[in-house]
Ligand binder design. Structure first.
Ligand SMILES: N=C(N)NCCCC(=O)O
Ligand SMILES: [Zn+2]
Ligand SMILES: [Zn+2]
Length: 327
């Protein structure tokens, strides 16, 4: 396991999280994992990895509320600690991780909203930050993928979700949370030889949904496959499919069973456990991860922060995987 714990450059040591043995976790402003805000870094210092909020839920087909997720996930992330034992790595020591705040997104104009997400993410990426974006509904993955493809060319995609999200339109609308990956396919920003859904389950509109999805190149690892084959076999198959291609990971929190993530807009029974999801993510260690998102947390339907805690741990694993690639 590649482990880069220190830097050879003359940049100052990263500013880490607020020390929870000095200031209690429940005190103070909420940033992701109690990390500094981007604007608190010394002048000229970049975030190697940035957590970015994308509060937007005007693309949903069912329960709204994911616009409140960035705040809820930050709040739930206060209990995260600096060392990741599963990956044997201290991400906040190795690189500068910072909270880049929320994008200002127009809730009344979908195209403008996507433009704002694309522009803001591009600015951060150009400044040298790898992004873990907290949605928001799944619509936000499309502008984020556009940004990634502009930097890297067509990208490999691992899409963790109960749903395919390769549907065509809803009520005639092309940009919704059920359609981002069909639009991405049409725009040529995905590397169709290396795209896969993981955790898929639940009723579809028709069998044609699967035919269309396959035509776009997607492989499917269902949630039942995860249960039957086990985490290690799934990880091996995903690694083989993606290889060393630039990889974007999009995680719809509804990939988890509603027992593990009740706070979401379109829940489906029979999902993965949070343990399975986290173990699959850890299995991606060493792959060419370029960015990630965690979407579809809808705090109003949550209980005891079950969903936002799960999302905060998922985001922490993604941050750690990105941090392991070094400064
Ligand atoms: N992306 C999420 N979470 N859901 C898409 C479901 C679209 C539908 O209502 O069929
Ligand atoms: Zn979903
Ligand atoms: Zn989705």
């Amino acid at each position: 396991m590649a482990s880069i714990e220190s830097s050879s450059t003359d940049r100052p040591a990263p500013i880490g999280p607020v020390d929870s043995s000095k200031t209690p976790r429940y005190a103070g402003f909420a940033t992701f994992a109690r990390l500094p805000r981007l604007d608190q870094l010394p002048a000229g210092e970049k975030a190697d990895v940035a957590i970015l909020g994308a509060p937007f839920d005007s693309g949903v087909s069912y329960r709204p509320g994911a616009r409140f997720a960035p705040a809820a996930v930050r709040e739930a992330s206060k209990l995260l600690r600096p060392y990741h034992p599963g990956l044997d790595f201290s991400p906040f020591q190795a690189v500068q991780v910072a909270d880049a705040g929320d994008i200002s997104i127009n809730p009344f104009h979908l195209e403008e909203a996507m433009g704002q997400i694309e522009a803001h993410s591009e600015e951060l990426v150009r400044a040298g930050s790898k992004l873990v974006t907290i949605g928001g509904d799944h619509t936000i993955a499309l502008p984020l993928l556009r940004t990634m493809a502009r930097e890297h060319g067509p990208v490999a995609l691992l899409h963790f979700d109960a749903h395919l999200d390769t549907w065509d339109t809803y009520f005639g609308a092309p940009y919704t949370h059920g359609t981002p990956f069909r639009r991405a396919f049409e725009e040529g920003i995905l590397d169709s030889s290396a795209v896969s859904h993981v955790g898929t389950r639940g009723p579809l509109y028709s069998k044609q949904d699967l035919t269309d999805d396959k035509r776009m190149g997607f492989g499917i690892v269902t949630s039942a496959d995860v249960m039957r084959q086990g985490v290690d076999a799934v990880v091996q198959a995903l690694r083989e499919r993606v290889g060393s291609r630039p990889l974007y990971v999009s995680i719809d929190i509804d990939v988890l069973d509603p027992a593990h993530a009740p706070g979401t807009g379109t829940p489906e029974a029979g999902g993965m456990t949070s343990r399975e999801l986290l173990e699959i993510l850890r299995g991606l260690d060493g792959m060419n991860l370029i960015g990630a998102d965690v979407v579809e947390v809808a705090p109003a339907y949550d209980h005891a922060e079950i969903t936002s805690v799960a999302a905060s741990h998922v985001a922490y694993d993604l941050v750690t995987l990105l941090a392991m690639q070094g400064r």
